[in-house]
Design a protein around this ligand. Structure first.
Ligand code: C2O
Ligand code: CU
Length: 463
């Protein structure tokens, strides 16, 4: 028998052996992401450390990074005492990997594992976080950055991830206030921390050179805080929103508003001189501008000024949705404290759930409080949808769609940049449009996570 001649029997035996081997190999190869308890110094030095739940024990979780078109694989190992799951926020992902407990997978019990394995079609700035009781689990620390690099990176000297977060900590003990379902917070603006930081540090500093060019990837990982930011000693452009490149870099002329879960990619030049400090400032609760991230300037970068950066290469399959053929749907948002109509109470009575509010349900989307039995909409694959989100509450809401990016429709019908999370303003209607090209069950919810848990969660189905 020639060495090249493989009988059918031998071939089958060979592939069976290979198959038998494969799970063991894969198990060894798949990097793990361990969700576990840890103690971290989040408060300033001198205050006690804080017990958190964290991926690999780190705050934020480890940076997960891949190049566009690659696959990301992670074995979630649940070492917590509660079930959990991981959502890969903003990735146009295979539905089975979306991580929504109760919708796309069962929550992973304590001691168990779940293998996530998905392609990343889009370059950009994303993040991952727990999606089982996320109101509590994200507030306890279960989130981290996920970066997908362009095949050809833009011309910058540095590329930095800045994960903005806030913590509600009891100063005496350093521990998180653990009344995550506190009705006052759920029915108002959500859980706002008393300690605001970047990359898990209360005072975040990154030395930089004058004249250098940095790509800064800002991620809002807070449960409910809307960051209002300003550049100092930095000048630059917005080049991407929620991971997706802008067609043209937009000079940063005014405040940057970053709602929960939103991301912004900036390309900035350090204009502050050697010895000065550049910064990203945030507008604080007491109306003061304070450093969210400080860049003490040390030294000068000997490079000629580079002018406006090139746009980032566009991501695939991001054609504008056909508004003319789009299915138009309305979503009225009601409820919350001092809502014009306390829809939660109203709906609760109508449906015979008199104890709805007692159970901490305060908000409704399109007349429904929380996940009902049916999706908000069923769409055919490829169908365009436009949805008018009518905010009849007195609070802003950060509305997030899983699995697909959408565009805001301006009153004149023009389409804005791709986003996965839009800030809905009280008393205003926001219209979004997208092509439903990713099959599966996709959540649509407020990313003020207490609101999501108290009624503002629904889903759409794409067949
Ligand atoms: Cu970032 Cu449904 O979440
Ligand atoms: Cu909300």
């Amino acid at each position: 028998m020639s060495g090249f001649h493989v009988t059918r029997r031998a071939f089958c035996a060979g592939s069976a052996a290979a198959l038998a081997l494969r799970p063991a190999l894969a198990a060894g190869d798949m990097p793990s992401l361990v969700a576990k308890s840890a103690t971290r110094q989040i408060a300033p030095e001198g205050y006690p450390a804080t017990d958190v739940w964290a991926y690999e024990g780190q705050i934020p979780g480890p940076l997960i990074r891949a190049t566009q078109g690659e696959r990301i694989t992670r074995r979630l190992v649940n070492q917590l005492e509660v079930p959990t799951s991981v959502h890969w926020h903003g990735i146009r992902i295979d539905n089975a990997m979306d991580g929504v407990a109760g919708l796309t997978q069962e929550a992973v019990p304590p001691g168990a594992t779940f293998d996530y394995d998905f392609a990343v079609p889009d370059a950009g700035t994303y993040w991952y976080h727990a999606h089982t009781n996320s109101m509590e689990q994200v507030a306890r620390g279960l989130s981290g950055p996920l970066i997908v690099d362009e095949v050809e990176a833009p011309d910058v000297d540095r590329d930095e991830v800045l994960m903005l977060d806030d913590w509600l900590i009891e100063p005496e003990t350093g521990q998180l206030y653990d009344d995550f379902d506190q009705p006052m917070m759920l029915s108002h603006a959500g859980r706002q921390g008393n300690l605001i930081g970047t990359n898990g540090q209360y005072r975040f500093e990154l030395p930089a050179k004058s004249g250098s060019r940095m790509r800064l990837r800002l991620i809002n990982a807070a449960n409910a805080r809307i960051f209002v930011l300003r550049l100092e000693g930095l000048s630059g452009w917005t080049v991407a929103l929620d991971g997706m490149p802008l067609e043209r870099p937009m000079p940063v002329m005014q405040e940057i508003i970053l709602a929960p879960a939103q991301r912004v990619d900036l390309i900035v030049d350090v204009s502050a001189a050697d010895g000065e400090t550049a910064a990203i400032l945030r507008l604080d609760d007491d109306d003061q501008w304070r450093a969210q991230a400080a860049f003490p300037v040390k030294g000068v970068q000997a490079s000629a000024s580079r002018g406006t950066p090139d746009p980032l290469p566009p991501n695939p399959n991001t054609a504008l949705p056909e508004l003319g053929d789009a299915r138009a749907l309305d979503m009225v948002m009601e409820g919350g404290a001092m809502g014009r109509l306390n829809a939660a109470i109203f709906e609760g009575r109508r449906m015979g759930f008199r104890d709805l509010v007692d159970r901490g349900q305060f908000w409704s989307l399109a007349g429904q409080v929380g996940m009902g039995d049916a999706p908000f909409a069923r769409l055919d694959r490829g169908e365009a949808m436009r949805m008018r989100i009518d905010n009849r509450t007195v609070f802003p809401h950060a509305m997030h769609l899983h699995g697909m990016h959408f565009r805001e429709v301006a009153p004149d019908g023009t389409l804005g940049p791709l986003r996965d999370t839009v800030l809905s303003i009280p008393g205003e209607a926001t219209e979004i449009a997208f092509t439903a090209d990713n099959p599966g069950s996709w959540l649509f919810h407020c990313h003020m996570l207490g609101h999501a848990a108290s009624g503002m969660t629904t889903w759409i189905e794409v067949a």
